[in-house]
Every structure is written in structure tokens, then in C-alpha cells.
Design a protein around this ligand. Structure first.
Ligand code: NAP
Length: 232
């Protein structure tokens, strides 16, 4: 299978890339910082020498860079799986957060997935098979302390997922919304939170991989995951 993953240089995206590579699938990776992406790709290539690992850096908050990445992908492959994972968390309260925070959170956490999916879909539709995963959050499901604009962007990403699922039901393409609670990644390093208190990035990767393994007539619509001890 050909797996396109955004935000693949670290955290959840990297763990998903590692899991698919471990099962022998070819990767098409992107994230913003070119050096970090090249390092991640080199590590994966060393670990999984038989897998093809392609990568291109892009700032997915900018539509023209999303489209450039999409064209690059389509020149190389027809995606089997698209994982819209790139995103970041800016804490804030709606009343106090900086001007422009909603715009920047929407650009990275929502518009990136919207534009990339629309650009890659015609190719996936032409083969009537595929699977799109959108990495949402528990902040997509309920109000979240200091969630502010982030939570709005993640609610919107879940709305995108639900509508996409409805549209693609009879087109052979599955859509899964993944809603994790706290996962120990960069976002949490330096927070003082015990890594054992929250989930590991590989936990999310295992569930994404498992959901990709079902028969064509079955789809996992939503994956909701939390630390065993509950939300922080
Ligand atoms: P992370 O370790 O910080 O990794 C984020 C990835 O996204 C990096 O590869 C980063 O690349 C990329 N990225 C960010 N902004 C980008 C942009 N404008 N263009 C291209 N790539 C960009 O974060 P994570 O914790 O794994 O989070 C991954 C996803 O899971 C996010 O959507 C996040 O909202 C969601 N999530 C995380 C948690 C959690 O507790 N960690 C919980 C629920 C949902 P650069 O470093 O180069 O910018």
C-alpha cells in the first residue's frame, strides 16, 4: 500500500509511519521543517531498508504548499491511505487568546486536511479504494480546558471527517476520525507530566493500523482513545 502521512517527522505521525513501514508499506511523508523530516526519513530507511520512503517538506498552513505536495504525491503514486495528522496545539481562552489564533489554528489543523484531501481524492476515486484518517482529538468532542481556538479547529476537523464519510460511503473509500486524549509527544515534553500517565504515540499508530486491516465492507468511523487514568 502507498501511505501518505502529514506531520510525519515526529510524534503521532512518525509512529504511524513507523508502523506502516514495519508492515512493508511504502511511505510518502511530509512535515514543515525540512531537516527534521530528512532525519526522520533516514531513520526509517535504516530501520526498514526494503520499504520505499519518499519525503517532501511543506508548510501545510499555506494552500499553495499543500497543492505542491499533492502534485508531487500524484506524480509518484495513487495514495491507498492518507493520514491527515499535521497540527499543533496553541493553548488559549477564547476571550484572551491572541488575535489571529483561530485563523492560524484553522490553517494548520483544518485547511491543510481539507485542501490535501480534495487534491488527492480524484486519484483515489479512480481506483475506488482507499482510506482517509483524520487525526482529530478529544478536543473535537467536548469543551476542553484552555482549548480555545484549538478546540474549535478540532471540532471542525471532525465535522469535515463526518461529511467526508457520508460522501464517500458508496465510493469504496473509508474515512476514520481518530480522537485521542493526551499522547506523550513534543507537545507534552517539558510539561512536567509523567510520560507513563498518558498514552504513547505508538498506541495511536496501532489503532490506525488495525483499522486499516478490515474487510472492504467494514469501516471504523471513529476511534476515541484516552489514558487509562482518564483525561488530565
Ligand atoms: P508533534 O509531535 O508536535 O508533531 C507535529 C507534526 O506536525 C510535526 O511533524 C510537525 O512538523 C507537523 N506540522 C505542524 N505544523 C505544520 C505545518 N504548518 N505544516 C506541515 N507540518 C506541520 O505533535 P503530535 O502531538 O504528534 O500531534 C499530531 C496530531 O495529533 C496533531 O494534529 C495534534 O493536534 C493531534 N493530537 C495530539 C495529541 C497529543 O496529546 N499529543 C492529542 C490529540 C490530538 P514541524 O515540527 O516541522 O512543524
Amino acid at each position: 500500500m502507498n501511505i501518505v502521512i502529514t506531520g510525519a517527522s515526529k510524534g503521532i505521525g512518525y509512529a504511524i509511519a513507523e508502523t506502516f513501514a514495519a508492515h512493508g508499506h511504502d511511505l510518502y511523508l511530509t512535515s514543515k521543517t525540512a531537516n527534521d523530516l530528512a532525519t526522520a526519513a533516514a531513520t526509517l530507511a535504516k530501520q526498514f531498508p526494503t520499504v520505499q520512503i519518499h519525503f517532501m517538506a511543506a508548510d501545510l498552513s499555506k494552500e499553495r504548499e499543500v497543492m505542491a505536495f499533492a502534485s508531487w504525491c500524484l506524480q509518484k503514486t495513487t495514495p491507498t491511505i492518507l493520514v491527515n495528522n499535521a497540527g499543533y496545539f496553541l493553548p488559549g481562552k477564547l476571550q484572551d487568546e491572541a488575535a489571529g489564533q483561530l485563523q492560524s489554528q484553522l490553517e494548520t489543523n483544518l485547511f491543510s486536511a481539507y485542501h490535501l484531501t480534495r487534491a488527492l481524492l480524484p486519484s483515489m476515486l479512480s481506483v475506488k479504494t482507499g482510506h482517509i484518517f483524520n487525526i482529530c482529538s478529544i478536543a473535537s468532542l467536548a469543551a476542553y480546558e484552555n482549548g480555545g481556538a484549538y478546540s474549535i479547529s478540532k471540532f471542525a476537523l471532525l465535522g469535515f471527517s463526518k461529511n467526508l464519510r457520508l460522501e464517500l460511503k458508496d465510493k469504496g473509500i473509508k474515512v476514520t476520525a481518530v480522537c485521542p486524549g493526551a499522547v506523550y509527544t513534543n507537545s507534552w515534553s517539558g510539561s512536567g507530566v509523567d510520560p507513563k500517565r498518558i498514552m504513547e504515540a505508538s498506541d495511536i499508530a496501532k489503532m490506525v493500523y488495525a483499522a486499516s486491516q478490515l474487510s472492504p465492507q467494514a469501516v471504523v468511523e471513529d476511534i476515541v482513545m484516552r489514558p487509562q487514568l482518564g483525561d488530565l
